[in-house]
Write a protein that binds this ligand. Structure first.
Ligand SMILES: N[C@@H](CCC(=O)N[C@@H](CS)C(=O)NCC(=O)O)C(=O)O
Length: 207
C-alpha cells in the first residue's frame, strides 16, 4: 500500500490512522510532484492524500479512512453497524460543510502560509472569521459536554476529521478557550501517540 502525502491537515488524518492501526505502508511525500501529470492520473484534484492499494486508487481523506478501517476490520468506521455509520457520517458532513470552513482560515493564516512560504499570518483578516467559528464551536462544545468522542461513544474517524485543524488551536489563535469541552476533547486526542506524531519522516526518525 502507498500513501501519497504532504505535511498538511487532510493527509494528517490518514497518516495518523495508518499509524494508529499499525498498517504497513509506503509513504510518498508528493510535495514537489503534486502538480504533475503522473499525480493527476491518481488524483485529478491534484491534492493529497491519495491511497493506492493494489488496484484501488482513492482520494478524499474521509473515504481513505473508511477504506482503511474496512480493510483492517476496525470499528472507527462502523461498517457493520448502519445506525453508527449514519452517526459518523453526520459528523463528517458537518465537518466538511461547517466546521472545516470555520476553523480553516485560522489554520491557513498560521500554518499553511508558514509551511508553504506564503508569508506572515494576516491577523486582521481573521477578525471577521471569529463569529462563524464561535457559532459552530458552540454546537460542538455542547455536543461534547457529556462525551469524550464525537460519535458512537468511542474514537472514530470523525474525531480525526474534526480535529485535523482544530488540534492546532493554540498556535493558530482560534478562540476556543471559551469552549472547555472542545479543549478537553482535543487534549485527549493528543494523548494518542499516532495523533500527536503522525508524520512519516519523524516516525522513522523515532524508530
Ligand atoms: N477534501 C480533501 C482535501 C484535500 C486537500 O485539500 N489537500 C490539501 C492539503 S490539506 C492539498 O493537497 N493541498 C495542496 C494544494 O492544493 O496545492 C481530503 O479530505 O482529502
Amino acid at each position: 500500500m502507498k500513501i501519497y502525502w504532504i505535511k498538511a491537515q487532510a493527509p494528517r488524518r490518514v497518516l495518523a490512522l495508518v499509524k494508529h492501526l499499525g498498517v504497513q505502508a509506503e509513504f510518498v511525500d508528493i510535495g514537489r510532484e503534486l502538480k504533475t501529470p503522473e499525480f493527476a492520473a491518481l488524483n485529478p484534484n491534484l491534492k493529497a492524500p491519495v491511497l493506492v492499494d493494489g488496484d484501488t486508487v482513492l482520494w478524499e481523506s474521509s473515504a481513505i479512512m473508511a477504506y482503511l478501517c474496512v480493510r483492517e476490520s476496525c470499528d472507527m468506521w462502523p461498517a457493520r453497524n448502519p445506525p453508527e455509520q449514519v452517526e459518523v457520517l453526520r459528523w463528517l458532513s458537518w465537518n466538511d460543510c461547517h466546521w472545516a470552513p470555520a476553523v480553516g482560515p485560522f489554520y491557513f493564516e498560521h500554518i499553511v502560509k508558514r509551511t508553504f512560504g506564503f508569508g506572515k499570518p494576516d491577523r486582521a483578516a481573521l477578525i471577521d472569521k471569529v463569529p462563524n467559528l464561535k457559532t459552530f464551536a458552540a454546537v460542538l462544545d455542547g455536543h461534547l459536554k457529556s462525551r469524550t468522542a464525537v460519535a458512537c461513544d468511542r474514537l472514530t474517524i470523525a474525531d480525526f476529521a474534526l480535529a485535523s485543524m482544530a488540534t492546532d488551536w493554540r498556535e493558530t489563535e482560534m478562540p476556543l478557550d471559551a469552549f472547555p469541552n472542545i479543549v478537553r476533547w482535543l487534549d485527549g486526542l493528543m494523548r494518542l501517540p499516532a495523533w500527536a506524531e503522525p508524520w512519516p519522516d519523524l516516525q522513522s526518525a523515532a524508530a
